[in-house]
Structure formats: structure tokens, C-alpha cells
Design a protein around this ligand. Structure first.
Ligand SMILES: Nc1nc2c(ncn2[C@@H]2O[C@H](COP(=O)(O)OP(=O)(O)OP(=O)(O)O)[C@@H](O)[C@H]2O)c(=O)[nH]1
Ligand SMILES: [Mg+2]
Length: 319
């Protein structure tokens, strides 16, 4: 009996194969790597949208209603929800999964939660891999939810064509709560929980901050969209802005620039993860590393020379 590979089954629309491959990719094992290599030429069609913002901003609620809106428009939606496993948000993620569960009966929706706990190379390579799987499986829209608290999460948000930055009123002085730099990554800003007090003030503050940080390299004007995710209000308009951003990227040629930026970030992260793996490898890496540290400590080599020699040896060794 000739059994199809998981990759072939994924391409033919088998979602169980997709789920199993996602596990292989998360584990970064041989099947995961080989499948990604096979499938990569089938990717590059999806619109990848990063959804980020502070803990509890309503990102998952928003993702859930966005799924509904895209499904109503006949598009298939894949979701990667990155759980930072932090005490800050640890309680909410289980709720997220329960809330999203009503989508599991729909073959046009695929949701994958990923935990970052205990992942030496960081979460970015694994989440990027799962995005590629969803893309190859034909999901036209891919939403990647991350909490905008750590460097890793901001990095993941930057791995999207469009980054949707969620803010909420009532977190005190809004200008203080928006982390420096994070505003720069937003292509579409959402003021969620607009049903609460302070929404208009936040919209005004955000527009003001945007006017202070012009982006001369881009003709895209970052919109600030008022949304109440729990009520589903503002969501159709939000999807129009997300579509408009994708159309803008395509028309202007920026899509290609972003694809290249995403590719460089992914290659860099993979190289870094691989080097870290080789350094910490119990068999060879650690002993070579320790030997090199002794040489450097004994002043027989400078740290730069030590790093150079170690890099050469690590490059020569095949993990
Ligand atoms: N009033 C109001 N509450 C909302 C709105 N959207 C979300 N919430 C509530 O805010 C809380 C947090 O929502 P989540 O969707 O879990 O937020 P999150 O950003 O995904 O949270 P983490 O993933 O833990 O960072 C929940 O109790 C939601 O019901 C909204 O538009 N208005
Ligand atoms: Mg969430």
C-alpha cells in the first residue's frame, strides 16, 4: 500500500494531517523540517495578519469575530495563537481556547495554540513554520495573535504582512501605556472596548502620536479603527481596512519588500537557534565551548578569536 505523506495529505485539504504536521513543526523534528521544505513552494498566497497588543486588550475576542467576518465573506481563516505562558496572561488563554472552540466544527477555520515555555530557540521559528503550513493548506487569511509584551512577541508581530495593534481605553494615560516602538509596527490600529469610557480620547491620542512619527518610506496612512469586539461593532470596517492594506502592499510593491524582510528575519532566527543548539549540545558543543572558554580565560586567545574559531568549528560540525 502506498501511503501518502502528511505533506501530500495537507495539500489535498486533510486538516488532521495539518494538525499532525503542526506538532512535528512545533517539535522541530525531521518530519517537520522535511515537510516544510516540500511545502514551502506552495506558500506565499495567504494574507498574514499579526494581532498584537497588551494583555487582556481583547485580542482573542477580536480574532474570534474577525474569523466570523472573513467566513461570511467566504474566506478560509487560519489562526496561530501564541501563549507566552506568562503569569500575566496564564489565566486567560484557557478561556480563549474555550471561546474559540465553537469554530472547530468549521473546516474553513483552523486554530492552533502554541506555548513558548521551555523553547530554547524561541517561539518565532515554530510559529513561522505553522504559518507556512496554514498557507500551504490554502487558508487565505492567517491571523497570528501575540501579546505585545516581550521582544519575541513583537518580533512575531513583525513577521506579518499587516500588523494590527490593539489598544484599549482606561489603562491610565494612554501615551504612557503604549510601549516605545510598538506603535511603529502597527499598520492598522484598533481602539477596542470602544463601548467603554475614554475611547475617543484614546483615538485622538493615537492619531496625535501617529502624526509625530511620520513614515516617509510609505504612502500608507495608518487608520485608527473603533471596535467593540464583544458586540462585533466596527468589525466589518476593520476587515475593509485590513483588505485595503493588503491591496496597498500589493499595488505599491511593498509586499515584496516585506516578504524579504520576513524571510531575512526567519533565516536569522533559524541560524541563531541552530547555533544555540550546537553550543548547548551535550556531546560536542559544550566541551568545545568549555575548552574555548578556558583558552580565552588563560589569555591564550582573545574573545573575538575564540568566537571566530568556535564559529568555524560549529559550522563544520553537522548537528
Ligand atoms: N467591554 C468590552 N470587553 C471586551 C471587549 N473585547 C474583549 N473584552 C473582554 O476583555 C477580556 C479579555 O479579552 P481577551 O479576548 O481574552 O483578551 P486578550 O487580549 O486575548 O487577552 P490575552 O491573550 O490574555 O492577552 C474578556 O473578558 C473579554 O470579554 C470589548 O470590545 N468590550
Ligand atoms: Mg488572547
Amino acid at each position: 500500500v502506498v501511503r501518502s505523506t502528511l505533506a501530500e495529505r495537507l495539500l489535498s485539504g486533510d486538516l488532521r494531517a495539518l494538525a499532525r504536521l503542526a506538532t512535528h513543526v512545533e517539535n522541530d523534528d525531521a518530519i517537520g523540517r522535511a515537510s516544510l521544505a516540500t511545502l514551502y513552494s506552495n506558500t506565499g498566497k495567504a494574507h498574514v495578519i499579526g494581532v498584537t497588543g497588551p494583555p487582556g486588550a481583547g485580542k482573542s475576542t477580536l480574532v474570534n469575530v474577525l474569523i466570523g467576518e472573513y467566513r461570511a465573506r467566504g474566506q478560509r481563516v487560519g489562526v496561530v495563537a501564541v501563549d507566552p505562558s506568562s503569569p500575566l496572561t496564564g489565566g486567560a488563554t484557557l478561556g480563549d481556547r474555550i471561546r474559540m472552540q465553537d469554530r472547530h466544527a468549521d473546516a474553513g477555520v483552523f486554530i492552533r495554540s502554541m506555548a513558548s515555555r521551555g523553547r530554547p530557540g524561541g517561539l518565532a521559528p515554530a510559529s513561522a513554520g505553522v504559518v507556512h503550513l496554514l498557507d500551504a493548506a490554502g487558508f487565505e487569511i492567517i491571523l497570528v495573535e501575540t501579546v505585545g509584551v516581550g521582544q519575541d512577541e513583537v518580533e512575531i508581530a513583525r513577521r506579518a504582512h499587516t500588523t494590527l495593534l490593539v489598544q484599549v481605553p482606561g489603562l491610565g494615560d494612554s501615551v504612557q501605556t503604549i510601549k516605545a516602538g510598538i506603535l511603529e509596527v502597527g499598520d492598522v490600529l484598533v481602539v477596542n472596548k470602544y463601548d467603554r469610557a475614554g475611547g475617543d480620547e484614546l483615538v485622538r491620542d493615537l492619531l496625535h502620536m501617529l502624526s509625530l512619527a511620520p513614515r516617509p518610506e510609505s504612502a500608507w496612512r495608518v487608520p485608527v479603527v473603533r471596535v467593540s469586539a464583544t458586540a462585533g461593532e466596527g468589525v466589518p470596517r476593520l476587515v475593509e481596512h485590513l483588505d485595503a492594506h493588503h491591496a496597498y502592499l500589493t499595488r505599491s510593491g511593498e509586499l515584496r519588500t516585506r516578504e524579504e524582510r520576513i524571510a531575512s528575519a526567519e533565516i536569522t532566527a533559524l541560524i541563531r537557534a541552530e547555533l544555540e543548539r550546537r553550543i548547548s549540545d551535550a556531546q560536542t558543543g559544550q566541551s568545545e565551548f568549555r575548552a574555548m572558554a578556558e583558552e580565552v580565560a588563560a589569555r591564550r586567545l582573545s574573545p573575538h578569536e575564540g568566537a571566530r574559531q568556535l564559529l568555524d568549528r560549529l559550522a563544520a560540525s553537522r548537528a
